[in-house]
Write a protein that binds this ligand. Structure first.
Ligand code: SIN
Length: 305
């Protein structure tokens, strides 16, 4: 019997597979497909203090082995998430969840975290400083080490829950941002958010997305993500949540060998709502295939020797 459990910032997960924020709603929507209690945890839809309608459409474009999105942080706002989404999920899902929070100013992050902080089902905050699809927030924090440090330090000061900072790949050196977050008290980092991209519609001869640019995710970005997880593992001591094109149990092992303590599965959920279930079911088989008995023992294994 192999051991798939891992520890994320002091909280034990039965397995490392977590649906990524923005690809799994607030979790309860997926109960029509399977018992979501098999998931290691769930990263909830990105939440801002105020409700947001999101960007104009079209805001999704298919690409080879990838998807471009420019959703623009559509969400019902922190009060509604606290009073409806989290309460609904609580009646179904019996493990700690990850609340993903975005903002357009440091005060926005503070307001949203303060509202959600009282919910005991939230095990971690994932602080999104890397949304490429909004102006005046998101990337403005995630592409500058000082800004990333300021958000981290401020949020650190208002919650006792572990905070995981979600990092952008749209930087010259992601390790500098990760180190700045660690220095200001981040309990973990998650990476990568999407890569800034564009698709041109040959019929209109214009960018296909109404927002012109979007964030690229899916299997096409996986080697970039694995490289960044590997680099960040060498730069910081805090746990890493690996994200980027994960679609199979083999992908999970690859990210963990690079240094991830857990993983988030994103675009795969858009293709197949059963993606996380299949990965969790396949994980023990993949571990046996590669002679792995204890999953947590392989974290960072690619760095040894
Ligand atoms: C979006 O809502 O535009 C995507 C969120 C993100 O990439 O952080």
């Amino acid at each position: 019997m192999v051991d798939t459990s891992v520890n994320l910032c002091g909280i034990k997960l039965t397995n490392p597979v977590i649906p990524a924020s923005g690809t799994f709603g607030f979790g309860y929507e997926f109960t029509r497909f399977y018992d979501i209690n098999i998931l290691g945890s769930i990263a909830l839809k990105g939440t801002t203090k105020e409700p947001r309608f999101g960007n104009p459409t079209p805001r999704i474009a298919e690409c080879p082995s990838a998807v471009l999105n420019s959703v623009g942080l559509q969400n019902p706002g922190a009060e509604r998430v606290l009073n409806y989404e989290l309460k609904t999920l609580k009646s179904i899902y019996k493990k700690p969840v990850i609340a993903n929070v975005s903002g357009f100013s440091v005060n926005d992050y503070v307001s949203a975290v303060n509202i959600l902080n009282e919910d005991s089902n939230i095990g971690w905050f994932e602080i999104n400083i890397s949304c490429p699809n909004v102006h005046g927030g998101g990337l403005a924090f995630g592409t500058n080490a000082e800004n990333a440090a300021l958000v981290t330090k401020t949020v650190r000061g208002i919650t006792n829950k572990p905070i995981i900072i979600k990092l952008s790949p749209n930087v010259t050196d992601i390790t500098e941002i990760a180190k700045a977050c660690e220095a200001e008290g981040a309990d973990g980092v998650s990476l990568i958010n999407t890569l800034l991209g564009m698709k041109i519609d040959l019929k209109t001869k214009k960018p296909l997305l109404a927002n012109k640019t979007g964030g690229l995710s899916g299997p096409a970005v996986k080697p970039v993500a694995v490289r960044m997880v590997y680099q960040v593992y060498e730069a910081v001591k805090i746990p890493i949540v690996g994200i980027g094109g994960i679609a199979s149990a083999d992908d999970v092992l690859e990210f963990m060998l690079a240094g991830a303590a857990a993983v988030e599965v994103g675009a795969a959920n858009l293709i197949d709502p059963y993606a996380c279930k299949k990965i969790i079911e396949d994980l023990p088989k993949a571990m046996k295939k590669y002679g792995i008995n204890n999953l947590s023992e392989i974290i960072g294994g690619a760095h040894n020797g």
